[in-house]
Design a protein around this ligand. Structure first.
Ligand SMILES: [Fe+2]
Length: 234
């Protein structure tokens, strides 16, 4: 059998370091030993096989997972997943999770005084189509406080997990909204040293996907690896 095709490593500065002291949790999370490079053998560069439960069409509409509609500003988040050479990554699993419109997560660790929404769980998933495209319907998440430093507020964001063609290409990142005044103050955003790379985490308002009388459209293309890679969490 031929040797598997390996993946290129990222550009320096385009990804956040493991340790970024202004992002206080990174102090505890950062490895204290030198990292080992995972060898890229066949099992690393071939794809995951999903089991358990099927991905259903409604899994990508976070506004229809309960009896009523969630409160908040309805939005459509869509884009394409691309590989390091700009080619679409088809049929790959995209998962998202987010706070509700009031900035509250359904999680026992989130007890700040904002209401839960009985009509919003905040999790969705879908497989990209043949052109690498994906589309979620959801509500715009609110900002929330997070005690990283005095008066710390996270900008509105949606968490994304992407598998790409294999386990080694899994990407976990956050999508931000254009014009959010909290972005320049956010240590997680600022952990990406290269500002041009960091800006790839900000979605673009898109009139083409905005639906009259229904929802605002935001475009977020994600590049899994290489020179134009979307910054990911380590
Ligand atoms: Fe979050």
């Amino acid at each position: 059998m031929a040797d598997p095709i390996s993946y290129n490593r990222e550009e320096k500065g385009a990804q956040p370091p493991n340790l970024f002291p202004p992002y206080v949790s990174s102090i505890k999370r950062a490895p204290q030993q030198r990292l080992l490079l995972v060898p890229q053998t066949l099992s690393e560069v071939t794809g995951p096989v999903y089991g358990h439960s099927k991905v259903l069409p409604d899994d990508s509409d976070l506004t229809r997972q309960h009896q009523g509609a969630p409160l908040g500003e309805r939005i459509i988040v869509s884009g394409r997943v691309l590989d390091e050479n700009g080619r679409p990554v088809p049929h790959t699993l995209v998962e998202i999770w987010q706070a509700n419109a009031a900035g509250r997560y359904i999680h026992h660790g989130d007890q700040h005084p904002a209401p839960l929404d009985p009509n919003f769980t905040g999790a969705g998933r879908m497989l990209t189509d043949a052109e690498g495209g994906y589309k979620f319907v959801t509500v715009k998440p609110g900002a929330y406080p997070w005690r990283n430093h005095p008066n710390a507020w996270r900008p509105a964001h949606i968490h994304f997990s992407l598998f790409g063609p294999s386990f080694l290409t899994r990407l976990v990142t956050q999508m931000y909204f254009p014009g959010d005044p909290l972005i320049p103050h956010d240590p997680i955003y600022n952990a990406v040293p290269d500002k041009k790379a960091a800006a790839r985490m900000i979605s673009r308002f898109n009139f083409d996907t905005t639906m009259p009388e229904w929802a605002l459209g935001f475009q977020f293309d994600i590049v899994l690896r290489g020179r134009n890679a979307t910054p990911m969490e380590q």
